[in-house]
Structures are given as structure tokens and as C-alpha cells.
Design a binder for this molecule. Structure first.
Ligand SMILES: Cc1cc2nc3c(=O)[nH]c(=O)nc-3n(C[C@H](O)[C@H](O)[C@H](O)COP(=O)(O)OP(=O)(O)OC[C@H]3O[C@@H](n4cnc5c(N)ncnc54)[C@H](O)[C@@H]3O)c2cc1C
Length: 484
């Protein structure tokens, strides 16, 4: 019997798993996919918002501000790419009132280090912005982070400190039986005292499983598309640049990413299909048009990838929905839309308070310790590189030339506490394939390395989730052709 089962291994579930691993608890995290952080957590703007945007008094405001402060300390401890570049909300003369309102809201939410800039002060920081911009809210505490690295750091540390992770465990039913719950997949049944529902856009369906005939909430996915451009374009801005928000939300942003690329997006489109992360031309055209209100000179020929993510918006409810539910002991962390990534570090301590209130004892795990993520080859000093190559000669062979990723890092990704099971999972662990060619050159080499290291056939290697096999069959001249 588990004390707690966390459903969903995105940043929300992983942050809670990490916090709970500090205590002597029997905890499992179950994830439908073959990796953690492979849903909305990997497809967003990667911004740690300062916290001036959410309505004061909401959970979004409270946890955003707390989480954003926690990143500053946690990201370096985890060795996660994080850069405190600050954000600007820019506006024209007609936006002045809205920007001042944001500033005041920030003060009310407890955001420090904000100031209002005007005229030349703005262009000193951002010379490439359009010249009709007259006012900006500078929030120095805003930052950019690698969301999937943060998720991996939380979940790998949770696993190292005793949390059991079940991948490819798609929950099909949750039932309350007397004073415990059963959590079922197609081939396993686990028992637990408490359940924490962190299933992203599927949190409503998971809740409905335990509610049986009672009425829950409904999640509507809101898709946001992006352009991700080469690092050459990343030099255009120094901060995260937001436009003045409107009734449609925070609008299209232009920002440097934590790896130095330029990200432009997102739009916001309500959709029906919770699996639809396809990018469409209409959305991309809209993003380009809106981004022109910030900068005129983005060269989209340097675009290296388009992608989309799904916000988990609860119908008719504009806050995170967090807490014990109609079925006591079943805790929802639902409606975790933006600023969910920013708030994530604060989710663990918040979940702890809820479960303490419900009577779960939290006794310290004296063996708990933080293990940072391995340093990327490209971030190492010359001395570190030399010593790494001496230790393992595979570090001397560069496989991904765009991002300077060595064979040693790729092989190590297959042996991590949560081993990579696909080419995309390797990308999330060591950046291979993240650069200008997007895996065009290194992809086949990584496939070869995986077959060699895992003793698999090329046909078994996945690009991403189950069913995304890259090689479907062998050509008739190939070495596997019958008779050769
Ligand atoms: C376009 C866009 C831009 C955003 N930008 C920002 C930003 O810049 N800053 C910010 O703070 N926030 C941002 N967000 C919000 C942020 O990305 C989310 O709040 C966060 O990623 C939510 O994480 P999660 O773990 O709750 O959900 P997810 O990452 O979706 O994780 C849920 C997990 O549950 C699993 N699951 C689902 N069903 C089951 C089942 N039946 N059994 C087992 N597992 C299951 C899924 O496989 C998934 O891994 C953005 C979101 C979007 C879409």
C-alpha cells in the first residue's frame, strides 16, 4: 500500500514527487507516456513569470510568486539551464493605464524589483524594439528556464530518493474502497491512501473516474503555437518581451530562450482533441503578424522548428484548482495552465500542507540528497573536458555538431535514473538534436548508438512515444534481407 500515488509525470507531478521524497513516505508516480515531462511541460514558452499578471488573491498569484523565488535557488542546485534575464511588458501611449495596472497588481502580489520605464530608457535595454513603444514594465525577477530539464531534475531526484516511477502506466480507473484507493492501468492495480491528480489536460477525466456519478469540472485544451529560431536571431532581444495583455491573455511574446534561441508565440486557440499538438499555418501567420508589434526585423528564414502545447483551461474557472475533492483523499492539481511552470516549485510544499492537514505524517528522510543533472559537454571548462575524455573516451567524439553533444552524453542518457527510451528523450537529457539541423545529421547516428547500447534492432527505436518507430522495415538490399 502506497501512502501517495501521483498521477502524471509532468512538472506538477514531478515537483510534488521531489518534495515528498524528502520524507519517509511510500510514494509512486504513474505516467502514461514513456518519459516524464513529455506533454505540456515540454511545449511552452519556458518563462518563469515574475507574478504581476495573475489576479491578486488567486492561487495562481500566490504560487507564481513563491515558485519564481524558489527557481533562483533550485535551478543552480539542480544544474538546470536558467537565466534571470528579466521581462518587459511594452506598450504604446494608449496602453499606459493597463501597464500601470499590471505594476500595481505586481505590488499587491508581492513581486519585487519592478519599475516603469519610458522612452529612451526602454531602447537602452532593447535597441531593436519598434520605435512607437513609449512605456514598459520591467520585472527583473522574470527568467527563462529549460522546462523539461527542471522536470527531469525534480523527477530524477525523486527517484534517487525513493519514489517509485511507473512509466507507460496509463491510469484507466481510480476507485475509493473504504479508506484507500485503487489506481488501475490495463495490467496493474496499485493501492494507496492518497491520490494526487496531476494529469494535465486529462485531469478532468481522471477526476471523473473516482467521482463515478457525481459532477466534476471540464478541461478545455487551449493550443498555443510557436516559432523557435536559430541562436543568430536570439541576439535580437536581451529580455523576455511581452505585449500589453488583452482579453485574449498575455499575447505573443518574443524572447531569448535559456539556450540562446529566439522564441516567438504563442497564440491561443480552444480545441477539442487533447492529443492535437499539430501546428497550423493560420496560427503561425497570426503569430508573425502580432510579433511585428514588438520587432519588425525577425528573420523567419532562421526558423528551426514550430511546435505547439496545450493549456489545461478549466471551463468557467480562472485559477488553478488545487485541493482535496468531493472524494476525500483524492487531491486535484488541475487547471495548471500558465503560470504553472513558474509556480511548479511551490506545488510540492503546497501539496505537503494539504496532506498534513488530512493526517499524513511527514517525517524527514535523513538520506535525502540533491544530485544535480550532469553538466553539458558544451558548458564544461577545458580542464573538465580533458578529464571527462580521460575517464571515458566517448566524450571525445562529437555526435551532435549543432549543439556540441558528445557520444558519452548520449550513452549516459540511456543509463540515467530515468533512462531515455527514445531519441526525443535523449534530446531532453543532453540537447542532442536541439540545434539548427534539428537532428537531421545526428538522428541516424543516435539511432545506431541506441541499437548498439540497448542491444535492439533499428526497427525498435522510437522517435518519441510508443508507436513512433523511425525505421518501419528494411529495404530489399539491406543486410536484414532474407537470404543475405
Ligand atoms: C502554449 C503554452 C505556453 C505556456 N507558457 C508558460 C510559461 O512560459 N510559463 C509558465 O509558467 N507556464 C507556461 N505554460 C503553462 C505550463 O506549461 C503548464 O502549467 C505546465 O507545463 C503544466 O504541467 P503539468 O505537469 O500540470 O501538465 P503536463 O505536462 O501536461 O503533465 C501531465 C502528465 O499527466 C500524464 N497523464 C495524463 N493522463 C494520464 C493517465 N490517464 N495516466 C497516467 N498519466 C497521465 C500525461 O502523460 C502528462 O505527462 C504554458 C502552457 C502552454 C500550453
Amino acid at each position: 500500500m502506497y501512502d501517495v500515488i501521483i498521477i502524471g509525470g509532468g512538472i506538477t507531478g514531478s515537483s510534488i514527487a521531489y518534495e515528498f521524497s524528502k520524507y519517509n513516505l511510500k510514494v509512486a508516480m504513474v505516467e502514461a507516456s514513456n518519459d516524464v515531462g513529455a506533454s505540456t511541460t515540454k511545449a511552452n514558452s519556458g518563462i518563469v513569470h515574475a507574478g504581476y499578471d495573475p489576479k491578486p488573491g488567486t492561487l495562481m498569484a500566490k504560487l507564481n510568486v513563491e515558485g519564481s523565488k524558489m527557481y533562483k535557488e533550485l535551478a543552480p542546485k539542480f544544474n538546470v539551464h536558467y537565466s534571470n534575464i528579466g521581462s518587459l511588458v511594452i506598450g504604446k501611449k494608449s496602453d499606459e493605464d493597463k501597464i500601470l495596472e499590471l505594476y500595481n497588481r505586481g505590488l499587491e502580489n508581492g513581486v519585487s524589483d519592478m519599475s516603469i520605464l519610458r522612452g529612451e530608457e526602454i531602447f537602452k535595454l532593447e535597441p531593436n524594439l519598434n520605435k512607437d513603444i513609449t512605456i514598459a514594465l520591467l520585472a527583473k525577477s522574470a527568467a527563462v528556464v529549460s522546462p523539461w530539464e527542471m522536470c527531469l531534475a525534480f523527477s530524477e531526484n525523486a527517484v534517487r530518493n525513493g519514489v517509485e516511477l511507473f512509466l507507460s502506466f496509463k491510469v484507466t480507473n481510480v476507485t475509493k474502497v473504504n479508506d484507500y484507493f485503487t489506481v488501475e492501468s490495463k495490467d496493474k492495480v496499485l493501492k494507496t491512501k492518497f491520490v494526487i491528480n496531476c494529469a494535465g489536460v486529462y485531469a478532468d477525466e481522471i477526476y471523473n473516474m473516482v467521482l463515478k456519478d457525481q459532477k466534476g469540472f471540464k478541461i478545455v485544451p487551449v493550443k498555443g503555437d510557436y516559432y523557435l529560431l536559430d541562436k543568430e536571431e536570439g541576439k535580437l532581444v536581451n529580455h523576455i518581451i511581452f505585449q500589453t495583455p488583452s482579453s485574449l491573455g498575455k499575447g505573443v511574446l518574443v524572447s531569448k530562450t535559456c539556450h540562446g534561441n529566439l522564441i516567438v508565440g504563442p497564440n491561443a486557440k480552444e480545441i477539442m482533441d487533447k492529443e492535437d499538438v499539430g501546428v497550423d499555418q493560420e496560427s503561425l501567420d497570426y503569430i508573425k503578424k502580432m510579433a511585428k508589434n514588438t520587432l519588425e526585423n525577425i528573420n523567419y528564414r532562421n526558423n528551426i522548428r514550430n511546435f505547439a502545447g496545450l493549456r489545461a483551461k478549466i471551463l468557467d474557472y480562472d485559477d488553478f484548482l488545487i485541493g482535496d475533492s468531493l472524494v476525500s483523499g483524492f487531491i486535484n492539481f488541475a487547471g495548471i495552465k500558465s503560470p504553472g511552470l513558474s509556480a511548479a516549485p511551490a506545488f510540492g510544499p503546497y501539496a505537503k500542507r494539504i496532506l498534513m492537514f488530512l493526517g499524513l505524517p511527514f517525517e524527514l528522510n535523513n538520506k535525502f540528497k540533491i544530485t544535480p543533472l550532469p553538466k553539458f559537454f558544451k558548458d564544461m571548462t577545458k580542464e573538465e573536458i580533458d578529464s571527462k575524455i580521460k575517464e571515458n573516451e566517448l566524450y571525445g567524439r562529437i555526435i551532435c555538431r549543432c549543439e556540441t553533444v558528445s557520444e558519452g552524453e548520449i550513452v549516459d542518457s540511456l543509463k540515467r535514473p530515468i533512462p531515455a527510451l527514445s531519441i526525443d528523450a535523449i534530446k531532453r537529457r543532453c540537447n542532442a538534436g536541439m540545434g539548427r539541423c534539428q537532428g537531421g545529421f545526428c538522428g541516424p547516428k543516435i539511432l545506431e548508438i541506441m541499437t548498439r547500447e540497448l542491444n535492439l534492432e533499428p526497427k525498435d527505436i522510437l522517435q518519441d512515444k510508443e508507436g513512433t518507430n523511425i525505421v518501419l522495415d528494411y529495404t530489399k538490399g539491406g543486410i536484414h534481407h532474407e537470404g543475405i
